[in-house]
Design a protein around this ligand. Structure first.
Ligand SMILES: Nc1nc(=O)c2c([nH]1)NC[C@@H]1CN(c3ccc(C(=O)N[C@@H](CCC(=O)O)C(=O)O)cc3)C=[N+]21
Length: 295
């Protein structure tokens, strides 16, 4: 059994990005600039946005955090988005999800300039991705594909079972895994809450991508020997004996499933860090595309 070490691979990717940034600087070019908009004080969101800012600093990107109060109106947020679209200094930005309930998430995501949409959540990017056109690929699915690639895990002709049909993980990873091309060509089954007899499907899987957010959901009797398991679930479980007052856990009963798996991602240290690395990668791509269009 081999652990797919997302922490290690993400650090490698960040080192590669740092080299590219240094070369940009040496050529006298502007370095990539990523912005994040955070509305409210959700703990997990603060952690995620914080580590994004630290990663930017580490590799030489510029970063801007726009932290707005919970009571921000939809109109005010749309104004911020409009300003970011207009600000030519910003190469890419994300609006951290979830947004407070009084704000229409879809309306906000639709307002993001697709050329700055490093999350790849705008319909223009999602559509291009589905059609194999150049776009921004959402960071989590992009990170999963990159992790498989860097561990030389062959997906060609394999049966990949995706659990969860969210717009940010399940749906896009099912598209990417089924695409033509070197790193994909899998046969994909996309399962969800209405799937009948999930176990009958997961036991057939060569690769399982679990993106559900239910701790200990995937158990050893649901997988076959030699399966590749990618655990995208991240749940905070309150625990007062821990320094931070919680621990985080994935969807997979790691202790038992890992005995049968050929490869498995841990939580923490698996897909999460890869997500951040690929968001940075997308920001570098945005900078390069903006450079090319200005030339
Ligand atoms: N517009 C938008 N884009 C996102 O990509 C986005 C979002 N909103 N909202 C929330 C989710 C979640 N997400 C994570 C990224 C990294 C870790 C991560 O690095 N996790 C660490 C542990 C962090 C901890 O200890 O809490 C790990 O798995 O090792 C977690 C979660 C990005 N998301």
């Amino acid at each position: 059994m081999e652990i797919l070490d997302g922490k290690k691979v993400s650090n490698q990717i960040k080192e590669e990005l740092a080299v590219e940034v240094a070369q940009m600087k040496a050529r006298g070019e502007k370095v990539p600039h990523l912005a994040a908009v955070l509305v409210g004080n959700d703990g997990a969101s603060l952690t995620y946005v914080g580590s994004k800012v630290r990663s930017c600093e580490k590799i030489g990107f510029e970063s801007t955090l726009i932290h707005l109060p919970e009571e921000t109106t939809e109109e005010e947020l749309l104004k911020q988005v409009e300003n970011l679209n207009k600000n030519t200094d910003i190469d890419g930005y994300i609006v951290q999800l979830p947004l407070p309930k009084h704000i229409d998430e879809q309306k906000v995501l639709m307002a993001v300039d697709p050329d700055k949409d490093v999350d790849g959540f705008h319909p223009a990017n999602f559509g291009k991705m589905a059609l194999d056109m150049e776009s921004f690929i959402p960071a989590t699915p992009f990170g999963i594909m990159e992790l498989l690639r860097r561990y030389n895990i062959d997906t060609e002709g394999k049966h990949a079972v995706v659990i969860g049909r969210s717009h940010i993980v399940g749906r896009p990873i099912s598209i990417l895994l089924s695409q033509k091309g070197k790193a994909a060509n899998a046969t994909v089954t996309l399962t969800h809450s209405r799937t009948k007899d999930l176990k009958a499907i997961t036991v057939q899987a060569d690769i399982i991508i679990s993106a559900l957010g239910v701790p200990n959901f995937l158990k050893e009797d649901m997988v076959k020997e030699g399966v590749v398991v990618i655990d995208v679930g991240i749940t905070r479980v309150p625990d007062e004996t821990r320094k931070r007052g919680y621990y985080i856990t994935g969807d997979v009963d790691f202790e038992n499933v890992s005995k049968k798996a050929s490869h498995i991602t841990p939580v923490p240290g698996g897909v999460g860090p890869m997500t951040i690395a690929m968001l940075l990668k997308n920001t570098l791509l945005a900078r390069e595309r903006h450079n090319a269009s200005n030339a």
